[in-house]
Write a protein that binds this ligand. Structure first.
Ligand code: 5GP
Length: 202
């Protein structure tokens, strides 16, 4: 990992508003890039291949697993999702790179890259989560139930994350600002700035 650019994991249950918050963050600052994952799930209306995800078949995904081209991957609600190694390394040269991934992937990233910054994004409460998910209208009832169930796994690892950010209703900008401020502080953490100390011993 390049010094001073952070690998940032943002997790949050479906309905936590990750997409909206991260869009706000990108509008606020040029210092961030979002990694585009590969998935075997079907695109939702309006989603674009290469922008939201790289949509690939199960066979292609399993080929990627075999060739070790993924930093991490998981199966979530019946589909594969994974982070493509080469793209992340390239982006880290110039930006803080955000992985918008679920909890199992987040824990795997933490094991592989202990320096990664882990942020958990949550709605204010479970009721809000449910109503946001139903209001989205893009998933069947069965998928919504599976995703609500999955949200509990997200919370099981609450303490493993470095920061928790609450996305209040209409609060995406504030949540993005929280992530920006957390990142700014993290970059100044002494353990990430050892080169500053070294300058005094030349
Ligand atoms: P969705 O189908 O709603 O786009 O994503 C479902 C879940 O998969 C979300 O929690 C999302 O953050 C997660 N996800 C997306 N890409 C990846 C990835 O590359 N790896 C992992 N582990 N999770 C991912």
């Amino acid at each position: 990992m390049k010094k001073n650019n952070l690998l940032i994991v943002v997790s949050g249950p479906a309905g936590s508003g990750k997409g909206t918050v991260l869009k706000e963050l990108l509008a606020m600052s040029d210092d961030f890039a979002i990694s585009v994952s590969a998935t075997t799930r079907q695109p939702r209306p309006g989603e674009v291949d290469g922008v939201n995800y790289f949509y690939i078949t199960r066979e292609e995904f399993e080929e990627n697993i075999k060739n070790d081209t993924l930093i991490e991957y998981t199966q979530y609600c019946g589909n594969y999702y994974g982070t493509i190694n080469s793209k992340v390394s390239e982006m880290l040269e110039s930006k803080n790179v955000i992985l918008e991934i679920e909890v199992e992937g987040a824990m795997n990233v933490k094991r592989k890259f202990p320096d990664a910054l882990l942020i958990l994004l949550l709605p204010p409460d479970y009721k809000t989560l449910e109503s946001r998910l139903r209001g989205r209208g893009t998933e069947t009832d069965e998928v919504i139930k599976a995703r609500l169930e999955q949200s509990k796994n997200e919370l099981a690892c609450f303490e493993e994350y470095d920061y928790v950010v609450i996305n209040e209703n209409e609060g995406a900008r504030d949540a993005a600002l929280d992530i920006l401020n957390i990142t700014k502080s993290e970059i100044k953490r002494t353990s990430r700035r050892l080169e500053v100390k070294e300058k005094f011993y030349e």
